[in-house]
Structures are given as structure tokens and as C-alpha cells.
Design a binder for this molecule. Structure first.
Ligand SMILES: *[C@@H]1O[C@H](CO)[C@@H](O)[C@H](O)[C@H]1NC(C)=O
Ligand SMILES: *[C@@H]1O[C@H](CO)[C@@H](O)[C@H](O)[C@H]1NC(C)=O
Ligand SMILES: *[C@@H]1O[C@H](CO)[C@@H](O)[C@H](O)[C@H]1NC(C)=O
Ligand SMILES: *[C@@H]1O[C@H](CO)[C@@H](O)[C@H](O)[C@H]1NC(C)=O
Ligand SMILES: *[C@@H]1O[C@H](CO)[C@@H](O)[C@H](O)[C@H]1NC(C)=O
Ligand SMILES: *[C@@H]1O[C@H](CO)[C@@H](O)[C@H](O)[C@H]1NC(C)=O
Length: 273
């Protein structure tokens, strides 16, 4: 009796189905259905599948029970309702309609149970955040093909429509744009388009200063979702130092005299500054 019981327990532990992959997108666009998939497997000779259940939070929204009629049932169709479900002994897919509440986090659980002798149950949960993520990297405009040291310029970084709207940060040679505390949230946000989505932009006023012949600029757009969704664009600004531009202007190899002249003029200009 005891031996049988121990053997029975052993069998139960080994013969549960395993969830091999739970596919729940991190972000779900409320204007499209989200497709969720639960993959499972069992070992040869294991008891058959009893049921697969999907939960949103703690509420069951879908059930597949191959031994019953009907085989599939949907529940609680009001919030994150299931529109379609298609399951077999390896995979169970459902499509859900998401609420239009941006940044809302929904958790989805797939629960697989195995037939007799014991209804062994395995489950896995993943979260989905309702958001329309940026489809493209931000666009940086206003970068001239080259600039002079000390030149002032204004660049603009814009994102496409998204929700929630992105916060934009500029980085110059890897360092965040110098901002005063009241400037940190300097991202401007457009009005909502027909789908309720908003674009962001932020301009950067810059006086060119570098010891090298280029500046590395980076615009980073971050949607405050969980986890944050980040897209960024790099741009390189070529900086022509005065002697380099004279070299190019002459179009010939410089003579020693020219170099001397340049050195002199540089010294003078540095002294003048
Ligand atoms: C299920 O998981 C157990 C323990 O992780 C493993 O021993 C078994 O081989 C797995 N079975 C399948 C079909 O993946
Ligand atoms: C449906 O959702 C309600 C709350 O939203 C919950 O009380 C109820 O138990 C759910 N039904 C099922 C079958 O999970
Ligand atoms: C899902 O979100 C909840 C809070 O809403 C959190 O406690 C949990 O750790 C998250 N799970 C994963 C897998 O990120
Ligand atoms: C930056 O781009 C946005 C969107 O194209 C535009 O509305 C805004 O006026 C621009 N700002 C500057 C300072 O050019
Ligand atoms: C901007 O402000 C919003 C709320 O007003 C905040 O959630 C966000 O983190 C801020 N962004 C930055 C970059 O400080
Ligand atoms: C942009 O620059 C950063 C470092 O400043 C680098 O990590 C990243 O890979 C670059 N991205 C592209 C697309 O070149």
C-alpha cells in the first residue's frame, strides 16, 4: 500500500505536462487583438491532457477541455475578452481585445492540467502592458553636414505617434544635455491624433565645442511603460577646425610655411578669445 502510494506520487510528479513556451507580448496595441500562445508537452506514455485554462489576473477567460463538449468555452468577455481560441494537444492560442487604457498592466496565466490518476497542474504567468509603442526610431533634423567650433545651432528630435507619449533626452558625446532642474521635462507633446496617439519632440540648442573633429549626438525617446520602451537615433556632427577648412580650401598639400602660418593664426585666435 505504502509502496503503491509512493509510486503513485512519483508518477504524478513526472507525468505532468510541461509548459514549454508561453507567448504573451510585452506590449499590446489596443487597436489590435493580442495573440497569446501556450505551448506544452508531455512525455510518452503520460496520461492525456485534461484541460488548458487561460486567466486574466485571477479570472478565467478561456478553457479547452478535449474530453468535453463543447471543447472550448470563453468567460468574462467584457475586459480583455477572448474573441478566438484554437487549441490542440500541443498548443493553445487565444486572441484577446485589449482595453484602451494606456499603461494598464494585465497578467495572463496559462494553466495546463493532466488527466488521471491525479490532476497534476502546471502554470505560467506573463504580463502585458497596454501601449502603442513607437514604430520607428526618432527623427533628428537640423544637423548640418559640418559646423565650425563655437557655432550655435538648434536641432530637433521628433517621434512618431505613440501612447503613452515618449519622453525625449539628448546626449552629447554620451553625456546628457545640460539642463536646469526645471528643464528636465522639456519634452513637448502634440495633440492627440484620430487614434488618440501623441508625438513628442524636443529641441537642442548647442554651441559647438569639442577637442576632436566631431560631436556624437544621440536622441533617446523613452515611453514610460513597464518595462520602459526605448528607441534612439545617433547623429554625428562633423566639426571643421579653422586650419582644416583652410587645408580643404587650398585643395593642395600644405607647405611648411602654410602650416607655420596656420599655427600662428591659431595661436593668435586663441589669444584673441
Ligand atoms: C518536463 O519537465 C521535467 C522536469 O523539468 C522533465 O524531466 C521532463 O523531461 C519534461 N518533459 C517534457 C515532455 O518536456
Ligand atoms: C469573471 O470576472 C469576475 C470579476 O471581474 C469574477 O468575479 C468571476 O469569478 C469571473 N469568472 C470566472 C469564471 O473567472
Ligand atoms: C507582473 O506584474 C506584477 C505587478 O502587476 C509584478 O508583481 C510581477 O512581478 C510581474 N511579473 C513579471 C513576470 O514581470
Ligand atoms: C520640432 O519639430 C516639431 C515637429 O515637427 C515641430 O512642431 C516644432 O516646431 C519643431 N521645433 C523647432 C524648435 O524647430
Ligand atoms: C516627466 O514628467 C512625468 C510626469 O509629469 C514623469 O512621469 C516622467 O518620468 C518625467 N520624465 C523625466 C525624464 O523626468
Ligand atoms: C548609438 O550610440 C551608442 C553609444 O553612444 C551606441 O551604444 C549605439 O550602439 C549606437 N546606435 C547605433 C544604431 O549606432
Amino acid at each position: 500500500m505504502t509502496v503503491l502510494l509512493v509510486f503513485g506520487l512519483f508518477v504524478v510528479i513526472v507525468t505532468a505536462h510541461n509548459i514549454t513556451l508561453l507567448e504573451v507580448p510585452r506590449y499590446g496595441d489596443p487597436y489590435r487583438e493580442a495573440n497569446l500562445k501556450c505551448h506544452y508537452a508531455n512525455d510518452k506514455g503520460d496520461p492525456p491532457l485534461h484541460s488548458v485554462k487561460w486567466y486574466r489576473g485571477n479570472n478565467e477567460i478561456f478553457r479547452y477541455s478535449p474530453g468535453q463538449q463543447p471543447q472550448t468555452r470563453t468567460f468574462n468577455t467584457t475586459i480583455a475578452g477572448v474573441t478566438r481560441g484554437s487549441c490542440n494537444e500541443h498548443v493553445c492560442s487565444i486572441s484577446v481585445v485589449l482595453p484602451r487604457t494606456y499603461n494598464m498592466r494585465l497578467s495572463f496565466t496559462c494553466e495546463v492540467s493532466t488527466e488521471r490518476p491525479r490532476f497534476a497542474v502546471v502554470k505560467q504567468t506573463k504580463n502585458l502592458t497596454v501601449a502603442v509603442t513607437l514604430k520607428d526610431d526618432p527623427l533628428v533634423v537640423g544637423v548640418p553636414s559640418s559646423a565650425q567650433l563655437g557655432e550655435d545651432m538648434e536641432l530637433n528630435c521628433t517621434t512618431g505617434p505613440a501612447m503613452p507619449p515618449a519622453n525625449i533626452m539628448w546626449y552629447i558625446d554620451g553625456r546628457p544635455e545640460r539642463t536646469e532642474p526645471w528643464m528636465v521635462n522639456n519634452t513637448k507633446v502634440s495633440g492627440a491624433n484620430d487614434f488618440g496617439l501623441r508625438s513628442s519632440w524636443r529641441s537642442l540648442r548647442l554651441r559647438v565645442a569639442t577637442a576632436r573633429d566631431y560631436l556624437h549626438l544621440r536622441c533617446e525617446a523613452t515611453q514610460p511603460t513597464w518595462p520602459p520602451y526605448v528607441r534612439s537615433t545617433n547623429a554625428t556632427l562633423m566639426v571643421a577646425s579653422p586650419h582644416l577648412s583652410m587645408f580643404t580650401a587650398s585643395g593642395t598639400k600644405s607647405t611648411l610655411a602654410e602650416i607655420f602660418l596656420l599655427a600662428a593664426s591659431c595661436t593668435i585666435s586663441i589669444k584673441c578669445v
